[in-house]
Design a protein around this ligand. Structure first.
Ligand code: PMT
Length: 404
């Protein structure tokens, strides 16, 4: 932002959550920058946070009493986390410690910060800060994944010198960059307002018998990240999801399906009203011709043969029904001849763009928190570096918005 430009944060109500970590010293700069950008900031600090930074500094800078406890001890005044949650245009938790991230992920509402988080109806940004081993611990990874699945935006930590004296990933993002993330979110958040978006995600399961199915490794993370991004940008989102272990992102209508045929049915119902459809699901191409109604037993004298039939191609079916003005995006998951295969699918399925990801790229495709994609359309190809799926989703939606 230049000195004269008005920040998109001007006039916004920001709840700044501060946890007990050494990076809390950076929260002072963050608060200063938010106030300078014109935001009205209410600081909520955990009891441990007050050990690292004094509330006097924070209330002087925010021009508001800092909230930390449910009650003010001497007056008995109650601080309503519900009112704060409703007041906020956004909440940013910086630094977010492993402990608070865990509490937020699992709804452990034992302090003012976490209760405010649980009451917040607005976008929540989380800027983790911790030592490298805590950052790399599977519980931290799993808890952050849960927060992402709730629609929270994780402002990824940097790699560098840490307060412990070690060097690694866990440094809280610099306050200037956190402000930039908030500004760009407020600047762009409404670019899908009034638009309806249909997204498919996850695998399909094609039943063999009551205990077995044909499926694949899709976790749903990419499709759910797209749904969260579209909802954050004001769209009305219908997410048709195969069986996954993720929570629906905030503000998204979810339709849970199992098989490709069920997915086609749900998509056919939602597509006519959609402005944008993004086919991110890994749909099984084949299904057993018949589903046994009892478990197929091992005692067969011969190995059973499962006859397969072709599943409907959902993307191609929507492509054939597409009306002018509708944008249809597909994905291509390839292992070889990537660009040629993607271009063939773009044309055969009548897509407007196709997002190519290759299983040959480390960190891309199934199950990972990251992806590396290229967006291909009839005009050419744009390559993107490996990024968290939330950021890949933002790139894809930016590309689609530019076509509206
Ligand atoms: O879920 P994650 O673990 O995060 O992994 C993300 C992902 C790898 C599943 C995702 O990024 C992805 O690539 N999704 C598409 C996977 C796929 O099935 O690709 P495909 O090349 O086989 O299919 C091409 C396109 O046609 C896709 O848009 C697919 O949704 C669609 N399709 C395919 C078959 C079918 N019968 N009907 C379809 O609509």
């Amino acid at each position: 932002m230049t000195a004269t430009a008005i920040s998109p944060l001007a006039g916004k109500h920001v709840v700044l959550g501060i946890c007990g970590g050494i990076a809390a010293y950076k929260s002072v700069s963050l608060l200063r920058l938010l106030v300078k950008a014109g935001a009205e900031v209410q600081v909520v600090i955990t009891p441990a946070g007050k050990e690292f930074i004094t509330p006097v500094t924070l209330s002087a800078l925010s021009q508001k009493p800092v909230v930390s406890e449910f009650f003010t001890a001497n007056t008995g005044e109650w601080h309503s986390h519900v009112d704060l949650g409703l007041w906020a245009d956004c909440m940013v938790i910086a630094p977010a410690t492993a402990s608070t991230i865990g509490k937020m992920a699992h709804g452990v509402a034992d302090n003012m910060l976490v209760t405010t988080y649980l009451s917040a109806k607005s976008q929540v940004f989380v800027a983790p800060a911790m030592d490298l081993d805590m950052m790399a611990h599977p519980s931290t990874t799993a808890n952050l994944a849960l927060l992402r699945s709730y629609g929270n935006i994780i402002i990824e930590p940097d790699t560098g010198y840490l307060a412990s004296g070690l060097t690694g990933r866990g440094r809280m993002e610099e306050p200037e960059n956190i402000v930039k993330v908030l500004e760009s979110w407020f600047a762009g958040r409404n670019d899908l307002a009034g638009r309806r978006v249909l997204i498919t995600a996850g695998p399909t399961y094609e039943k063999i018998d009551p205990v077995r199915f044909i499926g694949n490794y899709s976790s749903g993370k990419m499709g759910y990240a797209l749904a969260a991004e579209c909802a954050a940008r004001g769209a009305q989102v219908t997410l048709v999801s195969g069986p996954v272990a993720l929570e629906a992102p905030a503000g998204v209508d979810i339709v849970k399906v199992e098989s490709a045929r069920q997915m086609l049915q749900a998509c056919s119902e939602a597509f006519p009203a959609a402005d944008i459809a993004i086919m991110c699901a890994a749909v099984a191409d084949y299904a057993p011709a018949e589903t046994a109604d009892r478990k197929i037993k091992r005692e067969h004298s011969e190995v059973p043969v499962i006859h397969l039939v072709k599943n409907p191609d959902i993307a191609a079916t929507l492509g054939a029904a597409k009306k002018p003005g509708q944008i249809l995006a597909g994905f291509a998951l390839e292992t070889d001849h990537e660009a040629d295969n993607a271009a063939e699918k773009l044309s055969r399925k009548n897509l407007d763009l196709i997002v190519l990801n290759s299983l040959r790229d480390a960190g891309a495709g199934f199950g990972t928190d990251t992806n590396k994609v290229s967006i291909i359309d009839r005009a050419g190809r744009t390559d993107y570096p490996l990024k968290p799926k939330s950021e890949v989703a933002a790139d894809i939606i930016d590309n689609i918005v530019s076509r509206l």
